[in-house]
Ligand binder design. Structure first.
Ligand SMILES: C[S@@+](CC[C@H](N)C(=O)[O-])C[C@H]1O[C@@H](n2cnc3c(N)ncnc32)[C@H](O)[C@@H]1O
Length: 363
């Protein structure tokens, strides 16, 4: 979805080829958007999970398996087949999932699980009136002011990426950090939300202690419950605290996962991290993948991130003190400026994925 290289010109007649190409994309987009509630229905009612074995089912069989109403399930299956989320066997009147469809939609807690992210879209549609109002007034809208499905949606959107990358790739890219974590280190995870990243690290590094902080009390409650359920409460503590005031000193690693750009005063946060690190400690900053120039982000991934930024991240930042409003596509140069303004002299990009930039900073 590159920006069309059309400079503004004098009025000209409609070009039928351009018009058709535009409408073709719009039809695809509209289909994806109107299908979003069906993905949520499939996720919440366990419809994808019930088909994840790849066995063909009739609508009646799927309805019986999931205690749902057959007439609706028949329509749901046809919508999913039209969207290529399930397959249809016309000869037998059955529907089934390929292994790839099943893995992405019907198996929980994998590195490519998709449906959870749709909870974010659900929250944004519910928040539409509030969003229209802040677009008029210019006011911020704090994280806590969103519909609560945003919090679960965010956890489920990011967790697959963390499962795939955090312990296997990102921490090893931070130099001596992995060895410190194996030996026993103090780690602070700031803006930890429901604590996915904190708990994943804690499971992998049993000699280390982890402290998760977030300014949002309901998220911290969720994170505590998850730590308890995982049997990690002895080494993982979750507390309500802002990025500029979280307690503790001598952290070997301070981590910010997809939250620095959400903060109103990221420079203030950087100052505080600087003061809380142990000598030779490391600040890991995970940010959405972005280039420095907006035009380089006008692509399918940038589209998702700019859309989230325009509805969640910039409003969150504008609701806080300073209100810098970095945005989710701030890009490496802006992040570096924030980090160096906080006192750090060493800053580098440690690694990246198509979705993330991982930076390492040291005093
Ligand atoms: C996009 S979510 C990321 C959550 C979590 N790190 C993850 O990756 O799943 C951003 C988080 O930053 C938190 N946050 C925003 N501003 C904050 C601040 N100034 N201090 C601490 N947490 C903040 C929000 O409450 C939210 O949980």
């Amino acid at each position: 979805m590159a920006t069309q290289p059309l400079t503004p010109t004098a009025p000209r007649p409609i070009d039928p080829d351009n018009m058709n190409a535009f409408l073709g994309r719009a039809v695809q987009d509209m289909g994806a958007a109107i299908q979003a509630p069906l993905i949520l229905i499939g996720d919440k009612l366990g419809l994808y999970r019930a088909m994840a074995d790849g066995e063909p089912v009739t609508p009646a069989q799927l309805a019986a398996r999931t205690s749902t109403a057959e007439r609706y399930i028949r329509e749901w299956l046809n919508a999913n087949a039209a969207g290529q989320l399930v397959q249809y066997d016309a000869a037998n009147g059955t529907y089934f999932m390929t292994p790839e469809q099943a893995l992405a939609l019907g198996v929980d807690d994998t590195p490519i699980h998709l449906p959870g992210a749709y909870r974010i879209i659900e929250s944004l549609m519910k928040d539409l009136d509030k969003l229209i109002e802040i677009y008029r007034t210019g006011q911020g809208m704090g994280w806590h002011e969103h519909e609560k499905c945003l919090f679960e949606g965010t956890e489920r959107f990011f967790r697959p990426t963390y499962l795939a990358n955090l312990v296997a790739n990102w921490i090893p890219a931070l130099g001596d950090v992995e060895a410190k974590l194996q030996a026993g280190a103090r780690v602070a995870d700031i803006g930890c939300g429901h604590g996915s990243s904190t708990l994943l690290m804690a499971k992998s590094f049993p000699n280390s202690h982890f402290y998760g902080f977030d300014y949002h009390p309901p998220s911290i409650e969720q994170a505590r419950a998850k730590a308890e359920a995982a049997g990690l409460s002895d080494r993982v503590t979750f507390e309500v605290a802002s990025a500029k005031e979280f307690p503790g000193q001598n952290y070997d690693l301070v981590a910010f996962f997809d939250c620095l750009h959400d903060m109103g005063d990221p420079v203030g946060a950087a100052h505080h991290v600087f003061q809380s690190l142990a000598p030779n400690g490391t600040w890991m900053i995970v940010e959405p993948f972005a280039h420095d120039n907006p035009e380089s982000n006008h692509n399918p991934i940038g589209r998702i991130y700019y859309s989230a930024s325009a509805t969640i991240c910039v409003p969150c930042s504008l609701a806080q003190e300073v209100g810098l409003g970095l945005g989710a596509q701030a890009g490496p140069a802006n992040i570096e400026t924030v980090v160096r303004s906080g006192g750090f002299t060493n800053f580098r990009k440690a690694t990246e994925t198509p979705f993330n930039l991982v930076f390492a900073a040291q005093p």
